[in-house]
Design a protein around this ligand. Structure first.
Ligand code: FES
Length: 145
């Protein structure tokens, strides 16, 4: 699915409550990873990025993290085998929660778009999303608060 198809399927161009309803349908595609707070960081397992379907292993492009220490969920994209980008989902325009997909994050309030590294692709937002510092070990990704 390309970007335009995704936007169409999520109802970005549909006004009002209908758009919200369709977004909830897309949100069902998101996977929320279990997060454990360890001091000033959250730990999630790298295995959260894989799942089995029809006896085959698949890889997720991103996982979501919710935690009481976070005002907005964090979206963690896997950039390559060892790299991750942890983005705040707080839109830099007027603080709505952006909705992630495989290759773009879209704000349901006024349509700002961001790439998977948090960079602004489309207005009205003119600042990139906040990026949390991350580190990894063999099994975990650590998101620093
Ligand atoms: S709050 Fe996100 S585009 Fe306005």
């Amino acid at each position: 699915m390309n970007r335009k198809e995704f936007i169409r399927s999520c109802g970005i161009l549909v006004a009002g409550a209908q758009a919200g309803t369709l977004f909830e349908g897309c949100a069902g595609l998101q996977h929320f990873a279990a997060a454990e707070q360890q001091g000033n960081r959250l730990a999630i397992r790298q295995s959260e990025f894989t799942f089995i379907r029809k006896e085959k292993e698949h890889t997720r492009e991103f996982v979501m993290v919710r935690h009481p220490s976070l005002e907005f969920p964090v979206c963690v994209y896997r950039n390559d085998q060892t790299g991750y980008t942890a983005l705040s989902t707080r839109c830099t325009h007027r603080s709505c929660e952006v909705k992630p997909a495989a290759s773009v994050l879209v704000c349901p309030c006024h349509g700002s778009e961001f790439d998977t590294r948090g960079r602004v692709l489309g207005p009205p937002a003119d600042e990139d999303l906040f990026i949390y510092k991350t580190t990894t070990d063999d099994a975990h990704i650590y998101i620093y608060l």
